[in-house]
Design a protein around this ligand. Sequence first.
Ligand code: BTN
Length: 254
Amino acid sequence: MTNEIKYSIIDSTNNEAQRQLQNGVAPKGDFVIRADFQTDGRGQRGNTWYSPNAMNLMFSYVFFPTKLEVRNQFMLSQASAIAVAEYLKQKGVEDVSIKWPNDVYVGMKKICGMLIENTVSGHYIRYSIIGIGLNINQPTFPDNLPNPISLTKCTGKQYDLDQEFSTIIEILRQKIYDISASNAETLMSQYKSIMLGLDRTLIYRSGGKVFKGIIRDVDRHGMLTVEDAETNVQQSYAFNEVNLVIPEQKKENI
Ligand code: BTN
């Protein structure tokens, strides 16, 4: 049983997990910090992550790997994103995919974002804070978000957040405990089997350039190979060096 600490309100579950670890007051071993509301929810690339009170799941799973080398940290992204994708499939959602490196999409819409922050000791990861924001019961979204979706919008049902949290934690725990050098290939083939844009032409932006590209590969360190669909030139990208351009969505509601 993983220790779970729940807050009605906190700045960010990732921040709270880090504070507890740094102040020596964290539970022993793995634990999860969860909140109904975050005043300073953080996303990737310095973005904010806002979610209305008690509608969606926001939590940080703190994982102490036994021997995971820093250069293999992409496995944490893979395992976590696969876990969320599996959970959504179990809920009956179709067209679930992983947008590199670790967003989870339904069609071309984002249902889940992750902020994974690792603390290292030498060549190894001492602990990983896996922050997950998963849209569950939110019926409508602000107009300024490019492409959000929630579980309720996919299925038309309402969910008990505590119950969904327990389900997803169980799947996530299994997936991250399975991480090891020996199953890197299995993880990679599961990841690629649901990766958005693999061998498919979509629009990408890198630097100032917007181009039609085809993802041809992702390696075990998370480097992405995208082929320019017009020139057939392939290039390798690190996180933040290339972005999928989301097609203009039809706005249904505010
Ligand atoms: C992204 O897609 O930009 C990542 C979003 C991550 C949001 C989650 S919500 C729980 C945890 N606490 C945070 O402050 N961020 C992550």
